[in-house]
Structure formats: structure tokens, C-alpha cells
Design a protein around this ligand. Structure first.
Ligand code: GLA
Length: 663
């Protein structure tokens, strides 16, 4: 089958005469898969219960005839006007009680039984009609859950939240204890008194907010699962997925992964960001790790510019190719775009497409077609996997809790902190998994905990056991502070990690905006964002604060515990220090880069399996570089796109890609 290649196909935007040309040009561009029907609800059900599938039958038949597989959308992401007109109660409300009106998309309350019933009815029609259709390869449920409507606060959601709380806590006494309602006179006498955390005069109860984030994620997932139940019943052999978004706070990718037959991601690298490939690297690794290394799908990316940033830079020549290969190098078995043919009207007419307004005689169409050809030429990559010896922990519950209000500092952002820990590993060319704290860790030589503010006693014990048994662990500040209800672990911070880390944090000392402090010792330089008053209880100080309020107190520590070692960061070291520290730590853990001595800016990954062993070299830098290979390999895809012979060095131009194999 090979790597799937294609994009969103929205034929309802075009007269049927155009469809034949679509198919011809898709073949020319080496398209193997499209995701179709994502926003077709109003066309297939123009009035409640009146179905018009004839035109879509022709779309499906045409695609089958052309040998193009369909990842068929369930069409439920944008309810048609008749539905919200007849049932305005399906419209979502913000925390301020303001209704979100139709006119865009995703204007539904996830808890709405009316919305769900209509969605399920549509999915039953679709699955019944297209079961066994030769084009049907996969189901694509909804679209980017929680993208626009992240949470709803309406009366229907409130009722659903109370149901959720009753199931979770069983008694209002348990709820009161979990939410610390003795504070500010918030004790509830009955579940009926509980509301969503709507806009209040001051900070709403943090545990209530945290539970509402959990509930919101589950409400979105309930929509997905309601549709999935229909699909699994009517087309049990067809795999099911949905397109997740990168570092998307409302949707816990780890929790969703158990219900997806393949992880699927939309990722729009920002050409103007300069280093967005590092963020991509982190999210791609998370996608691969979520289902324990199973190949995932890049379900959407832009061929060039998007239309939704303040300034939308096109992808310069070679960037789309490089970033597509990056996804494959990090485990993707599908590279798809939004969208096939560029719209003439509507909100996304300036968003690039595989087939631009300018037609086939365009840079974008040429680059897209060339990428399709390249991917088709390396079908053996499909199904191969990577192995990592380093795990970075990520946890949505901790993220949700960390970014609630009323903290020592509101400047701690989960996504940024995660990337600050990921970057040194990426830049060193070290393979890395991104996993939840509950994952088995013993197979990893090194585990990095960027910032786990919320850590259950059980997960803290698992980290402790990991080190006791010989593991190497890095833990950053403000970890292990609260339990699953955002209640501080008693016993002095970070209580459940104190013995493991060999220290206590007497006081948090977040640094003011723009303020830096000096650290000195084995690591010398500057740090910012955070500091804390650490007392050693067995750990050694590798570096101490050299100025500021905490001068002389430990800043970076190391502790031997059981058969393992744990490092602790009581501040945010500047990037060069962070790199130096993590380089030393991974050497101590015996973790080697994929290719030793990689030039700066070059990414190297390996995938192997039944289809062979592949080394991917990607030059994200702006200079031409030479990469020496650890052993001679054959160029499956040479830097110029051709195939070459066996080499022991590769020259990579800026944005160059080489794929090598040893078969
Ligand atoms: C998202 C959506 C698509 C489209 C693109 C534009 O990924 O799923 O429908 O709006 O954004 O970038």
C-alpha cells in the first residue's frame, strides 16, 4: 500500500464538470487517499430527515474507479442551518452566558442530546449506505473536536456536568471534600446546586474548573464515541479515526488514543516561526507514542500558506517537502493536506491547496506532485517503527491544573515548558517518546519530567520505583505539588517526590517578568522564570544561585537514589545551559544520538520493520552540510530526489532530505 498521500476533498464546492478533472489531476499528483465529506451535512440532508446522497454516491464511485481510497468523514462537524433554527438549544454558550451563533462551524453544544441524536442518525445513513463500498478505507469522525467550541457552559451542559459529578463522586460529601468547598463558603447541600464554572466575580473554585476541563474533554469524546458505536456496529472491519490538533488543551490525546484505530493529526508548521519544526517534532513524537509506536497519520497540513494567522507566510521552496518527510521520519504512514482544490469563496479561499487557483502550472502543484511521486517510490517505509530510549512525560490533567488561575506565577505554560525540555534532545539527535506518567517506564534509559504540577501519589511512587530500580530521571521545578483535586500534597513541597529528589522546597520564588538570575557551579550561566528556596536533604548541588534573593541556595541538584540517579531543576536555565545539562544527563544514562556528530540543524531518525531499515536525514538549517554516516548505506532517496548508490557521507542542501537504507 505504501505511505498514503492526498488531502481533504470537498467536491460540493464545485460543479460536477470539475470532478472529472479533479480525478485526472489527483492521479497526476500521485494521490492515493482523500478525506471526503467533512462539511457535507447540509448537502446530504437539506431538510431534517430528507436525504440526498445521489451526488455523493457519484463522488465515491468516481474515486473507487480511480483507485483512490476514501477516509470518509461522518459530516457532523458543522450542523446545517435548519437544525439550529429548529433547535436553538443546540447552540453553545460561553462562560459568560453568551450564545455562540451559527454562521461559522462547530456551533454545537457537545452535551446536546438533540445534536448527538441528529449526528448519529446521519452516521447511520452514511454507514448503511457506504458499507462495503470499494472506496471506503477508513472513517474520519467529526473534525478537530474542540477546535472552536472548546467547552460549553449552557443549561444542558450544566445538567450533563451534574450527571458526570454524581457518577464520579456518588455523594455530595465526597464532592465537597474533593473541591475543598470549606473555603469561601462553597459547601454544596445537593448536586442540583452545582453549576459549570461560569464567569464569577473572582477565581472560580480551582477543583471545579479542573473537573470542568475533564468533563469537557469527556463530553467531546462522548460525541465521538456515539458516532463510533454506529460505525463499529455497521462497518466493523473499517478503522476509525479523528483528526486531533497539536498541543490542544481541550482534548487529552492519550485518553482519546484508546478509542482510535490510528492516531491522526493536523499540523500547520508556521514558516515565519523559524523553528516550528521543533514543536512539530514534539507533537509527532507524541502521536507516535500515544499508541505505543503504531504509525500515525498526518491528516492535514498546508501545501503553503494558511489563512488564519495574522500574517500568513507561504512555505518557501522545499519547506513543504522537508516538513512532510519530517512526519514520515517520525512515524507517519500518511501525508495529507487541507485541501485538494483551493476554494473560490468562503472563509478559506486564501488558504493554500494542493491544486491552487493558478492551476497545475504553479510551484505548489509541482512540489505536491513531486512529493507524491517520492513517497510512492518508498512504499517499504509503511509499517516500520522507531525505538526511543528517552521518554518525556506529558499529562493533560497536570496541564489543566497548572494553568488555572491563582498560582505563584501565571507565566508557567505547559506547552512552552514541554518544548524547552524537548528541544535539547531534538537538537542532539536523540530519539524520544512522549508518554503519559502511567506508561511503563522501565524500558527507557532516561525519563524527563518537564513540569508535573499535578502528580498523584501513585504516579509519584512509580517514578520513585523507576529510579530505585536503576532509572535516570530529570524533574523540573513545581512538580509533584498537588493531587488529582488540585489539593496540595501535605508534608512540604514536593511532598511525594521529596525522598526521591533528596530535597525540600521551602518557598516558591517565581522571578519577575524580564528578570534573570546567575547560577554558578558545574553549570554556570543565567536562568529566568522561576526560582525556589531549596534545602538539600541528601541531594548535592550541581549549581547554586549566584545573585538575587536566593544567592547561595541550590539551583540544580543531583541525587543518587537506590540504583538510579535523579536530577532536579529549581529554575529555568537558559537554552545553552539546558542543552549542556541534558547532554551530560543522557551521556550518564548511556543514550547515544541516532547519528553521532550531526551538524547543527540536521534531524536524524530511524524506522525499521518488515519493509527494511531506513535512516532519515533532514536539514532544517540554512546551510549546506555534510553528514557522515555511522556505516555505509544505500540512498533510497538521494538529496536531489533520485536514488543513488551506497555512500558513507551525504551532502544536504538547506531543506534537503535524504532517506538511506541498508537492505
Ligand atoms: C483545520 C480544519 C480544516 C481547515 C484547516 C485550515 O485543520 O480541519 O477544515 O479549516 O484547518 O487550516
Amino acid at each position: 500500500m505504501g505511505i498514503q498521500f492526498g488531502g481533504d476533498y470537498n467536491p460540493e464546492q464545485w460543479p460536477e464538470e470539475v470532478w472529472a478533472e479533479d480525478l485526472k489531476l489527483m492521479k497526476a499528483a500521485h494521490v492515493t487517499m482523500v478525506t471526503a465529506g467533512i462539511f457535507s451535512w447540509a448537502r446530504v440532508e437539506p431538510r431534517s430527515g430528507q436525504w440526498d446522497f445521489g451526488w455523493f454516491d457519484r463522488v465515491m464511485d468516481n474515486l473507487a474507479g480511480a483507485g483512490i481510497a476514501v477516509c470518509l468523514a461522518t459530516m457532523t462537524a458543522s450542523p446545517p442551518p435548519w437544525l439550529s433554527h429548529a433547535h436553538p438549544e443546540i447552540l453553545p454558550e460561553g462562560p459568560d452566558g453568551q450564545r455562540r451563533w451559527p454562521g461559522g462551524r462547530q456551533h454545537y453544544c457537545p452535551s446536546s442530546p438533540v445534536y448527538r441524536a441528529h449526528a448519529v442518525r446521519l452516521v447511520e445513513q452514511l454507514a448503511t449506505r457506504y458499507a462495503g463500498h470499494p472506496a471506503l478505507a477508513m472513517w474520519h469522525i467529526g473534525n478537530e473536536y474542540g477546535c472552536h467550541t472548546r467547552q460549553c457552559y449552557c443549561a444542558v451542559s450544566a445538567e450533563d456536568f451534574r450527571r458526570w459529578l454524581r457518577e464520579r463522586y456518588e455523594s455530595v460529601t465526597a464532592l465537597n471534600a474533593a473541591w475543598s468547598t470549606a473555603f469561601w463558603s462553597q459547601g454544596y447541600g445537593d448536586f442540583d446546586e452545582v453549576l459549570p464554572p461560569r464567569t464569577a466575580p473572582t477565581f472560580p473554585n480551582p477543583a471545579q474548573q479542573l473537573d470542568y476541563l475533564r468533563f469537557g474533554d469527556e463530553a467531546l469524546r462522548a460525541c465521538y464515541l456515539a458516532e463510533k458505536e454506529v460505525l463499529n456496529r455497521l462497518t466493523p472491519e473499517v478503522p476509525v479515526t479523528t483528526n486531533l490538533m497539536p498541543q490542544h488543551k481541550p482534548v487529552d490525546a492519550f485518553a482519546w488514543s484508546a478509542h482510535m484505530d490510528a492516531m491522526a493529526l493536523d499540523f500547520y508548521q508556521d514558516p515565519y516561526a523559524g523553528d516550528d519544526h521543533i514543536r512539530a517534532g514534539y507533537v509527532f513524537d507524541l502521536m507516535r507514542s500515544a499508541r505505543s509506536g503504531q504509525p500515525w497519520m498526518l491528516l492535514e497540513q498546508a501545501p503553503s500558506a494558511v489563512n488564519w494567522r495574522p500574517r500568513n507566510g507561504p512555505k518557501p521552496p522545499g519547506a513543504m517537502r522537508l516538513w512532510s518527510w519530517q512526519a514520515v521520519a517520525q512515524g507517519a504512514d500518511a501525508v495529507l493536506f487541507f485541501q485538494w482544490r483551493q476554494s473560490l469563496g468562503g472563509a478559506e479561499k486564501f488558504h493554500s491547496a494542493m491544486l491552487p487557483h493558478g492551476g497545475t502550472d504553479t510551484r505548489i502543484f509541482r512540489e505536491v506532485s513531486e512529493l507524491g511521486r517520492e513517497l510512492a517510490s518508498l512504499a517499504g517505509i509503511e509499517g516500520t517503527r522507531s525505538r526511543a530510549e528517552v521518554a518525556l512525560l506529558a499529562d493533560w490533567h497536570s496541564w489543566w491544573a497548572l494553568e488555572l488561575d491563582s498560582k505563584p506565577s501565571t507565566a508557567l505554560e505547559h506547552s512552552r515548558i514541554a518544548l524547552e525540555h524537548y528541544r535539547p534532545l531534538f537538537e542532539a539527535g536523540v530519539a524520544c517518546d512522549v508518554v503519559p506518567p502511567q506508561r511503563e517506564l522501565n524500558d527507557y534509559r532516561l525519563v524527563v519530567v518537564p513540569n508535573l504540577y499535578l502528580l498523584t501519589a501513585r504516579d509519584a511512587e512509580r517514578l520513585t520505583a523507576y529510579v530505585r530500580d536503576g532509572g535516570r530521571l530529570v524533574v523540573s521545578f513545581f512538580s509533584g505539588i498537588v493531587d488529582e483535586y488540585d489539593r496540595v500534597h501535605p508534608g512540604g513541597a514536593p511532598a511525594p517526590l521529596r525522598e526521591l529528589l533528596g530535597l525540600r522546597v521551602e518557598e516558591f520564588w517565581p522571578l519577575d517578568a524580564g528578570r534573570t538570575v546567575a547560577v554558578e557551579g558545574a553549570y554556570a550561566g543565567r536562568a529566568d522564570l522561576w526560582s525556589e528556596a531549596v534545602d538539600l536533604e541528601g541531594a548535592e548541588a550541581l549549581a547554586r544561585f549566584a545573585d538575587g534573593d536566593l544567592a547561595g541556595r541550590p539551583a540544580l541538584t543531583r541525587h543518587t537514589y537506590g540504583r538510579g540517579t535523579v536530577w532536579y531543576l529549581g529554575t529555568r536555565p537558559e537554552p545553552v545551559l539546558m542543552r549542556a545539562l541534558l547532554d551530560d544527563v543522557r551521556r550518564a544514562a548511556g543514550v547515544a544520538p541516532v547519528v553521532p556528530g550531526l551538524p547543527a540543524g540536521v534531524q536524524a531518525t530511524v524506522r525499521e520493520g518488515a519493509g527494511g531499515r531506513y535512516l532519515f536525514l533532514l536539514n532544517h538549517g540554512t546551510d549546506t552540510v555534510e553528514v557522515g554516516l555511522p556505516e555505509p548505506m544505500r540512498e533510497a532517496l538521494a538529496a536531489d530526489g533520485a536514488r543513488g548508490g551506497t555512500v558513507d557521507r551525504v551532502t544536504l542542501a538547506a531543506r534537503g532530505v535524504a532517506v538511506l537504507t541498508d537492505d
